[in-house]
Design a protein around this ligand. Structure first.
Ligand code: SF4
Ligand code: SF4
Length: 753
């Protein structure tokens, strides 16, 4: 692209009052060789017209020095064929100025500090504009828009129905002979409407009929997925018969037996031991995206010997009791045990959730409905009845046949043809012993990912989702921000593989997953990324001639986007990629980059910062800020007018995983006095939008400390902090503490060299 630049600085929102815009324009003119204009309100209609006039006359690369790039995105969108770079002069310069406390004199150099900071942000933005190339979206040669739904239970049926109603062709694959899954065995379902007290008809049969009559849905029962190859928009699906009697005769061309698969595409990597599959079965059915609705299994409860499951007759799980209830075999006196109990144990059974509390209330209602003198005892540590289900709970409390108490269940024993249940520390303030006919244990819902290889991807990183243990086996990748997104782009989870949930929640879930599957296909069609960088038309490009086949990129990619050949050279799959840049951060050869985000670009931005020499009041600290949580938190700190130390310069990054340690080494070699990473929480309570980016970056930072020592620099000049989006009040202190440490260490000894 033959670039024609112009920079614009906004005088609105207090920027023009705080900064000398003429002097700032001179920095841009003289140092960056760009024309620079200012306007009273760039985001208004006149301001936009002011820029558009220049664009009409040939400007195609625009630098806007104004508010944060997180706001006014529409106002400063001049189209994909233009390059637009924003300098955050408002939230992170003018609004982040440290003001004197009441009664204190302002710092005599405060105005200079502010201008120096603004100058650096303009220098960095202009540099970024110079180094950015227009995106060239990746397009598949052939895109398939069919959606595969794995699992024909409530969630799968709903996803298939919703995707079909939206106009997409669906293949619904169910391993059993019939559709319906576990829901076929449920007698009633929870209330879904006011007054939130009455159990409702199980909707599963009506849903099956709806799906069966939809022409856009091809139903395949008695089969399961043998292998998934390829990438979003271009997945190849091989099926195999499960052996149960099927209503569908799987044609030979899409049936692959295990032996075929092993011969065709399974290899043992001699270095990593990871399996990899490189061949696409030529007979595979092609689909664009996949909804994973393979469900759950009741969690095992036999390990709680004091409860007697498996050793005492009439101790059953909640799922078993539901089937008895459907058959009309509900005894008169039933104890529902919601937690394993025992001394000092107030945990629930594994894989429980609010659904197991509500199931107990529903089943207690069956006891009273089916027996005039029926008594149900619900023994819990925690009752969870979210939203309107609180009214369902209250209704159970008002039912004379239902007795609810918190308590520790200590022992279940046979006694006189029945069972006794010993309970301690009840709400009544005393220990009780109940005589009942049956004990029902609230077994949780274990996701099928823990039981079967229910996805079987032909990916270099292995056939299932990585880090399953970290997620307790659930297929989701980020419960809070991106429900339904798994760690494999194009595969969207709903129902029991995503979390323990009620039928109503499963229906919501499945609708969401169907929408995600559609979004994915449409994003691939436009050549752009899915969440969280939705709409990003760039993708990582590799300069393979310099690849040393070290495999770091293929191993560290959180989404398994990269396969490799026999030598270990990466094989890219752009439609699997979420554009996090973790591969770029990992690559020691620095050969991975995006059109608008690469090693040279960020490295040049670092070098664009002016580093004063011999001035202890003007040390320079570069902070790489994750744009997902930490950057918005910084903006909010600005909005709240929390001052930020004038020695700091922020550079937003896609994810801390994308930070290549070369940037830090280069920054310190160039005389910067310190470097910091601000990113998401990791570990059990992880918040990273790219699953492991912040954790990987922290590991890399440990290593860079050693490198700095060999350079004769204190390792403490580099630090990494975990920030949540809600930490805007804490950020200034975290940064100030780091600045103080650097000031105490004194200037970087490489300064001036
Ligand atoms: S940008 Fe992220 S998702 Fe894409 S290949 Fe690199 S590490 Fe994987
Ligand atoms: S990290 Fe870089 S050098 Fe190593 S395999 Fe990947 S592209 Fe090649």
């Amino acid at each position: 692209m033959d670039k024609k630049y112009c920079a614009y600085i906004c005088a609105g929102c207090g920027i023009g009052d705080a900064l000398d815009l003429e002097a700032l324009a001179e920095v841009v003119n003289d140092e960056m060789s760009m024309e620079c204009k200012s306007h009273d309100c760039l985001c208004g209609a006149e301001g936009r017209a002011f820029i558009e006039k220049d664009i009409a006359e040939g400007v195609n690369t625009v630098v806007v020095g104004a508010c944060s790039p997180r706001v006014m995105t529409h106002e400063f969108d001049f189209g994909q064929d233009k390059i637009t770079v924003r300098a955050n002069l408002r939230e992170q310069v003018v609004w982040a100025e440290i003001k004197p406390a009441e009664g204190e004199e302002p710092d005599s150099e405060a105005e200079e500090y502010l201008m120096e900071t603004a100058g650096d942000y303009m220098r960095m933005a202009c540099t970024r504009a110079q180094k950015t190339e227009p995106a060239d979206p990746y397009q598949l040669e052939e895109l398939n828009k069919t959606i595969l739904v794995m699992g024909g239970g409530l969630a799968g049926l709903t996803a298939a129905k919703e995707a079909a109603l939206a106009g997409y062709s669906v293949i619904l694959a169910e391993r059993e002979a019939n559709l319906g899954g576990k829901a076929l065995g449920w007698r009633k379902s929870f209330p879904t409407a006011a007054p939130w007290t009455d159990l409702e008809e199980n909707p599963i049969n009506a849903l099956i009929a709806e799906v069966e009559s939809n022409d856009k849905i091809t139903i395949k029962t008695g089969i399961e997925v043998a292998r998934i190859t390829g990438a979003p928009g271009d997945f190849g699906i091989s099926f195999k018969a499960t052996g149960v009697e099927s209503e569908w005769d799987a044609p030979a061309k899409v049936t692959v037996d295990e032996q075929d698969l092993i011969d065709k595409g399974e290899k043992e990597d001699p270095n990593t031991g990871l399996q990899k599959y490189t061949e696409i079965n030529p007979d595979a059915v092609m689909v664009g995206s996949v909804v994973l609705a393979t469900g759950w299994k009741p969690a095992v409860v036999s390990q709680y010997e004091h409860l007697g499951y498996g050793t005492i007759d009439n101790v059953v799980t909640n799922a078993e009791f539901e089937k008895l209830a459907k058959e009309g075999k509900v005894p008169e006196n039933v104890a529902f045990v919601q937690s394993p109990g025992g001394k000092e144990n107030d945990n629930d059974f594994p894989y429980c959730n609010s659904v197991t509390s509500m199931v107990a209330l529903k089943q207690a209602q069956y006891v009273c409905e089916d027996n005039a003198e029926g008594k149900a005892y619900v023994l819990y540590q925690h009752m969870r009845t979210p939203g309107h289900m609180e009214l369902f709970y209250k209704n159970a409390q008002d039912n004379e046949g239902i007795f609810l108490t918190k308590g520790n269940v200590m022992k279940v024993e046979n006694s006189d043809g029945g069972l006794t249940v010993a309970v301690e520390d009840t709400l009544l303030g005393e220990d009780i012993t109940l005589s009942v006919d049956m004990v029902v244990l609230a077994a949780g819902m274990e996701p099928m990912t823990l039981h079967e290889n229910s996805i079987n991807l032909a990916y270099r990183q292995g056939p299932t989702f990585n880090d399953l243990e970290l997620f307790d086996g659930y297929a989701d990748s980020h419960f809070i921000c991106f429900p339904y997104e798994t760690r494999r782009t194009g595969v969207y989870a709903c129902g029991g593989v995503r979390k323990a949930e009620s039928m109503e929640e499963a229906v919501d879930d499945a609708t969401g997953a169907a929408l995600k599957a559609i979004q994915c296909i449409e994003s691939v069609d436009r050549g752009v990324s899915v969440h969280p960088r939705s709409g990003d038309a760039t993708y990582p490009e590799f300069f393979m001639q310099r690849c040393t086949q070290c495999k770091r990129c293929t191993e560290e990619c959180p989404f398994g986007a990269l396969d490799d050949d026999d030598k270990g050279t990466p094989l890219t799959n752009p439609t699997r990629c979420r554009r996090c840049g973790t591969c770029m951060g990992a690559c020691p050869e620095r050969i991975i980059g995006f059109k608008d985000y690469n090693i040279d670009l960020i490295g040049s931005m670092v070098k664009a910062v002016e580093v004063p020499e011999d001035d202890d009041d003007r040390l320079r600290i570069i902070v790489f800020v994750c744009e997902n949580d930490a950057y918005p938190a910084l903006d909010m700190a600005g909005m709240k007018r929390h001052g930020i130390n004038h020695m700091i310069r922020f550079i937003p990054v896609r994810c801390l995983g994308s930070v290549n340690m070369a940037w830090i080494r280069d920054a310190l070699s160039a005389g910067m006095d310190g470097a910091m990473l601000l990113g998401c929480t990791y570990g059990d309570d992880y918040q990273c939008h790219f699953v492991k980016g912040s954790e990987i970056a922290n590991k890399r930072m440990e290593n860079i400390g050693d490198t700095l020592s060999t350079l004769g620099l204190e390792p403490e000049r580099c630090a990494a902090e975990q920030i949540a989006i809600t930490d805007y009040d804490k950020i200034p202190q975290i940064l100030n503490d780091f600045v103080e440490e650097i000031v105490e260490m004194g200037p970087n000894p490489f300064k001036g060299f």
